[in-house]
Design a binder for this molecule. Structure first.
Ligand SMILES: Nc1ncnc2c1ncn2[C@@H]1O[C@H](COP(=O)(O)OP(=O)(O)OP(=O)(O)O)[C@@H](O)[C@H]1O
Length: 654
């Protein structure tokens, strides 16, 4: 028996063909069996994704912000991490480190950190992760809402979202005034992430039948205090009433004000307060050098011109109190040809123009942007060297936001505040209270270049220009008059004839509201003071918003296109309104040849500045040579405008 078995065995091993066939049969049988098992156990893609999500969520409770050195130390989706990596964001900033964990865990967050410290990603990352976790699709409609105070900030946030969220499949929309409402209405219900200004969003909530926010998971209020300051409190309340209570809310700002705390109380549930720089010695970035000069009102235009002439290779933002000042001074500075490109950004421009100017200034390496406070918050222009505050800011918070346009994310920057003698004491005390380190430097009036005669000549040539100068004059006075803090702002201390002359006007225009106020002040109109010119708090707020070209509470139900066409009543005798859009486009963007400029001048100023003398080298200016108008004229409309519209409901996915 044993012999037989041995023989068979020997036979098989001896016949390789048979041997192979037997092996093949066995192999095929096993393969079939494995395939069968695989078929029954193979998971669908969505199941794998769900498991991945669950694994990430399980790690949420273990997040330790102190140990998060890289973004990948947080349990974030591969898609978000890839977007961050491609956007060159490797390590989280302090505010990101401290808030992302709470936000992922579903907590409401009130986050405050200095300007330029990276608050945008601190809320965009949780927004993306929230929708990813929910496996949100186009069919699910609105999942996250980000409300910004200005169109520019909304646009910028939208661009950052497109960058870091491009590997996700969500749709995102920019819902701001100045765009086609009908077109928006058709797409808005299919949009997963909306970035908007409050007025426009409420308009959709009221008028667009298909739009609802009942499934909203996350609300972000960026620069919340500004939204309130602009008179949007009622609009915001109305919006919040339309949102589900189960949502998560994140609220961010660089400054903590009472209104933010009030808003937080109303809109956040048991929030985590993250105030990154609470213990910091200063409230502004350490890399920012801050100085102020005291200058008479009638010398301010000369000083600005002189400053620009000595900083031709720099990127500068100049802040003004009101639109009319920006409009007038922008035009005359273009004609004065300081030797640097001059751009203007304010709320009375049409939206296309605003985006065009914004992108133009982003691209330029040296230029000066004349702006109202619409550019003060959140805007992240790259490599701004200087912020010059031509007019005193309303308060220390506005100061902090304005100077925050430079010295962003570890970069250096300089800030110069121009104060009238009557503003110095009150404003500096406020800044010290807010832990702003600022030094006084001096202006040497004899060294200033006077442009008064040139302005007079321009006004003599053009009636329109003269009217603009008058409106600038009145509008500035009104802005001072409407300021709440009378310790800083006193319109009656201003030397009006000198100020008018410094704008190129031969005589100071008659300012009706000021005359009335003066009479009231001196008691002449005591009997009928209630009827004549007394403004309530609300009216003051509304006026202020109008001055800056922003939409106020009372206007929030209007379309923002209307806002662009209206103009503030300046109480100037000649009431004819200006229409910016009638100007030739080429006149709106001025470029100058900067090639022939003398670097030395800048050196002089910087060296001298440290010696406390504002020294301008008048002799070395050669107007004809330096102020050659840029030949390129108006640029093509930036691509972003097309993207902006085209991407309205386009997937973030490329
Ligand atoms: N983790 C990061 N790594 C590298 N750069 C970053 C990071 N986070 C933000 N930045 C950059 O820092 C700059 C400032 O960021 P951001 O605009 O978010 O600041 P902010 O705190 O919102 O400022 P503001 O208070 O003025 O609105 C931007 O240019 C941004 O690209």
């Amino acid at each position: 028996m044993r012999d037989k078995k041995d023989k068979e065995k020997t036979q098989i091993t001896d016949d390789p063909v048979k041997n192979f066939e037997k092996w093949k049969r066995k192999y095929n049988k096993t393969k079939k069996r494995v395939k069968q098992v695989q078929k029954t156990t193979k998971k669908r893609d969505y199941e794998v994704e769900r498991e991945t999500i669950q694994k990430l969520v399980n790690k949420y409770s273990e997040i330790n912000p102190k140990e998060a050195v890289k973004f990948s130390d947080f349990p974030l989706s591969k898609k978000t991490l890839k977007g961050l990596h491609e956007g060159q964001y490797r390590q989280p900033t302090e505010i990101q480190r401290q808030t992302i964990g709470f936000a992922l865990q579903g907590r409401d967050v009130l986050g405050a950190a200095k300007t330029g410290s990276g608050k945008t990603l601190a809320f965009l990352i949780p927004v993306l992760e929230c929708l990813y976790r929910e496996q949100w699709t186009a069919m699910d409609g609105l999942g996250a809402l980000i409300i910004s105070p200005t169109r520019e900030l909304a646009y910028q946030t939208f661009e950052v979202l497109r960058k870091v969220g491009k590997n996700h499949e969500f749709s995102a929309g920019l819902v701001i005034g100045g765009k086609d409402l009908k077109d928006e209405s058709e797409k808005i219900h299919r949009t997963n992430i909306i970035i908007c200004t409050p007025g426009r969003l409420l308009q959709h909530m009221d008028e667009t039948a298909t739009f609802h926010a009942s499934d909203l998971h996350m609300l972000v209020l960026d620069e919340a205090d500004r939204i309130l300051d602009m008179g949007f409190a009622d609009t915001l309340n109305a919006i919040i009433e339309n949102l589900p209570k189960t949502r998560q809310t994140l609220l961010f700002s660089a400054t903590q004000t009472k209104s933010v705390k009030d808003l937080a109380r109303l809109s956040l549930k048991n929030p985590e307060y993250v105030w990154v720089h609470e213990q910091a010695k200063f409230s502004t970035p350490a890399t920012l050098e801050q100085n102020y000069v005291v200058c008479e009102l009638h010398q301010k235009v000369n000083m600005l011109f002189s400053f620009l002439r000595s900083h031709l290779k720099k990127k500068i933002i100049v802040f003004f109190a009101c639109c009319k000042e920006v409009q007038y001074l922008f035009r005359v500075f273009c004609r004065l040809r300081p030797g640097i490109s001059v751009l203007a950004l304010h709320g009375k421009q049409q939206q296309m123009k605003r985006v065009e100017v914004y992108n133009d200034f982003v691209r330029k390496t040296s230029a000066v942007l004349f702006a109202t406070d619409i550019a003060a918050r959140g805007l992240d222009f790259p490599a701004v060297n200087w912020v010059l505050q031509f007019d005193c800011p309303e308060d220390a918070n506005t100061y902090i936001h304005r100077v925050g346009r430079t010295a962003r994310y570890k970069e250096g920057g300089e800030a110069l505040l121009v104060l009238l003698p009557s503003e110095e004491k009150g404003m500096i005390a406020q800044l010290q209270d807010k832990k702003v380190p600022i030094n006084k430097i001096k202006v040497n009036p004899e060294k200033l270049v006077s442009v008064q005669q040139k302005l007079e000549a321009f006004l003599a040539q053009e009636k329109e220009q003269k009217e603009r100068a008058q409106r600038c004059f009145v509008s500035y006075l009104r802005s001072v008059y409407l300021m709440k803090n009378k310790d800083v702002f006193d319109v009656f201390q201003l030397k009006l004839p000198e100020y008018a002359m410094s704008l190129g006007l031969a005589v100071a225009p008659r300012v009706r509201f000021l005359n009335k106020a003066q009479q009231q002040k001196s008691g002449v109109m005591q009997d009928n003071s209630g009827a004549a010119g007394h403004e309530s708090e609300d009216e003051l707020k509304s006026f202020k918003a109008q001055l800056k070209g922003e939409q106020s509470k009372s206007q929030s139900s209007q379309s923002e296109e209307e806002e662009e066409e209206e103009d503030d009543d300046d109480d100037v005798d000649d009431d004819e309104d200006e229409d910016e859009e009638t100007l030739k486009p080429a006149a709106l963007l001025c470029g100058f040849n900067e090639e022939d400029e003398d670097d030395q001048k800048e050196q002089d100023l910087l060296t001298v500045k440290r010696k406390d003398v504002f020294n301008i080298n008048e002799e070395s200016q050669d107007d004809d040579e330096v102020n050659k108008q840029h030949t390129s004229g108006k640029q093509d409309l930036p691509e972003c405008i097309i993207c902006l519209n085209a991407n309205y409901t386009l997937h973030l996915h490329p």
